[in-house]
Design a protein around this ligand. Structure first.
Ligand SMILES: C[S@@+](CC[C@H](N)C(=O)[O-])C[C@H]1O[C@@H](n2cnc3c(N)ncnc32)[C@H](O)[C@@H]1O
Length: 180
């Protein structure tokens, strides 16, 4: 049953990584427009964190608590390997890695009230199932939706901004929303 649930989840939202080159611009926008503060008590979460690239970036470069929720153990293993090899390089202060927490859980069962920034790379087809999850966010929390805009949450998510980044002959969109 557990495996079946994971299988269905992966079908509705398979692994696609946010291109690495785009991540700094997304965080620049969070800093410039949405008050993300380095080394603060703010909390960041990636719903479906894949190989951990977003939360590793936020912890290492911004020094904030960074949580990843991921259903696929292999991707969690990949994230842990990346963290290990970064630690071995010894270029990054070890305390920053302590800010990273990856949980092998279902994103549809999360309570988001403690998070200031919620990142999601979802697909339009599964967004309707996110209503009860986004409803748990606290007022003023910022939701960052990579590639696909969020539809059907107008009563409590206010559209704030859109970032368009050109990369490899494509324009990638990132939409920012605020919980009202
Ligand atoms: C489109 S990828 C995004 C990965 C990462 N956020 C990024 O931008 O690089 C979506 C991720 O969600 C995971 N996923 C799918 N269903 C899930 C669920 N129910 N709970 C937790 N993770 C899930 C997939 O395994 C995949 O890694």
């Amino acid at each position: 049953m557990e495996d079946y649930r994971k299988f269905i989840s992966q079908l509705s939202l398979p692994y696609l990584g946010t291109p690495l080159e785009l991540i700094p611009s997304i965080f620049d926008t969070l800093t410039e427009k949405f008050y993300l503060k380095r080394n603060s008590s703010q909390k960041f979460i990636d719903l479906g964190s894949g190989n951990g690239r977003i939360i590793i970036f936020s912890a290492v470069n911004y020094g904030v608590k960074s949580v990843g929720i991921e259903i696929d153990e292999n991707l969690i293993e990949e994230a842990k390997e990346t963290i290990k090899s970064l630690k071995r390089e010894k270029k990054i202060h070890r305390k920053l890695f302590k800010l990273i927490e990856i949980r092998n859980e279902d994103l549809f069962t999360q309570d988001l009230q403690e998070y200031d920034f919620i990142y999601i790379y979802s697909l339009p087809s599964m967004q309707k199932s996110l209503n009860h999850v986004f409803k748990t966010t606290k007022p003023e929390a910022i939701i960052i939706s990579f590639k696909y805009e969020l539809k059907g949450f107008d009563s409590y998510l206010q559209y704030e901004d859109c970032l368009e980044i050109k990369h490899e002959n494509k324009v990638w969109k990132v939409d920012f929303y605020k919980k009202i």
